[in-house]
Design a protein around this ligand. Sequence first.
Ligand SMILES: Nc1ncnc2c1ncn2[C@@H]1O[C@H](COP(=O)(O)OP(=O)(O)OP(=O)(O)O)[C@@H](O)[C@H]1O
Ligand SMILES: [Mg+2]
Length: 456
Amino acid sequence: MATILIIDDDDAFREGLAETVQDLGYSPFEARSGDEAFEQLRGRSAPDCIFLDFRLPGADGLAVLETLRKTPGLQTVPVVMLTAHATSDNTIGAMRLGAFEHLTKPVGREQIAALLERILSARRETPVPRVFADEATSHEPRLLGVSEAMREVQKRLGRAAIGNSTVLITGETGTGKEIAARVLHRASARAGGPFVAVNCAAIPDELLESELFGHAKGAFTGAQTDRRGRVEEAHGGTLFLDEVGDMPLPMQAKLLRVLQERQVTPLGTNRVVTVDVRVVAATHRDLASMVEAGTFRQDLLFRLNVIPLHMPPLRDRVADILPLAEHFLASTSSGVARKHLSADAQRLLATFAWPGNVRELANAIERASALAPAQVLTREDFAFLTATRDSSDDAIPRALLELPLPQAVAQLERALIAHALSASSGNRTEAARRLGISRQSLYTRMAALDMSEASA
Ligand SMILES: Nc1ncnc2c1ncn2[C@@H]1O[C@H](COP(=O)(O)OP(=O)(O)OP(=O)(O)O)[C@@H](O)[C@H]1O
Ligand SMILES: [Mg+2]
């Protein structure tokens, strides 16, 4: 039977919740404070879920959550935070520390039933991976992540690995596109074959063709020997076309032919080489808008985008930040020198916006860990992160953070539309252009947002 720990100092609420939980067929146990909870948890197996009140005697709920996230065996237990008064700060604080949900009291029986069902069925489907801090020694490429978003990526990648279909990996810089391609290759039936990576952005346009297709001696000035192309080298394995959005148009046409015919002709020859390659392409660019702008071929996009795989930015999968940080810490420092993160350092890392995504996180950990004077890395050791940039929160007006998401979005949209209208002196065609939407969508949006003629 699933066990549920309830931590709350309000006796009536705690006992009521325990009763409901029991009624629903689960096995509850209770604690009045963080200390009491850790006392209770000693010597028993991890509960399946923890309900945790924000305001507690001694260490408050967030501090208890932080401790849970650092306690081996408890790091991945889903935690539902409870408050009498939800504020943006406590909600964001809780979610960023990886809380599963944040509920405002009173909570109804139906709500509890649905929530526990959701938590427990998610656990049944995907066994929660252990924290990966101690797995740093493996040299296999790994796409780590425990967030829902990364689980989806991992699942899709696993399914894609089975076949030979072309995969197009998109995502911001540093989100793990290349590592995803490597993991895909290792997971596929081609794992024994070569993995050949070509960075289309790094090779000068005039050399890209011979790099990909090879050339005969004397095919052009400087071609002193015969050379096999990268496509041919990938025979039996995977060809990774990195930064494919940077490929010049004439080359795109040639690549399209290769994808259709699985044949290449080395420069300066009339030899046709048939190749068996699986193509995985990646780009941080928005290929669809490049197609619109005429800088990327639509037919090539279709050919590449058979299985799309989008790598979400790190700020959208906050649950991954601290486990990844621990992983990088373990790989940069080990044994007695193994460094750790203080609670305030953890909070900083978990709330930072990470424009450079996982790469930036890895670099930050390496830098802080190399320079920190002590065994425990504190907020100050990561001061370089905030010295030059604001954290994501500061870019969002406080008032919006106080609203539920749909209202906040609507309010922001209203403000943007009003701004565009006034900047174009009420001219709707011009306002729509500024907003990058059609005149018709502007009308539709305004109607949906209850924006009258007058307010506009
Ligand atoms: N999920 C992950 N687990 C472990 N390491 C990761 C993960 N995602 C990224 N990394 C690490 O972060 C760094 C950047 O990843 P990668 O090179 O794959 O990013 P990218 O999306 O190709 O970036 P760019 O667009 O800048 O080329 C690498 O060192 C990679 O090992
Ligand atoms: Mg890359």
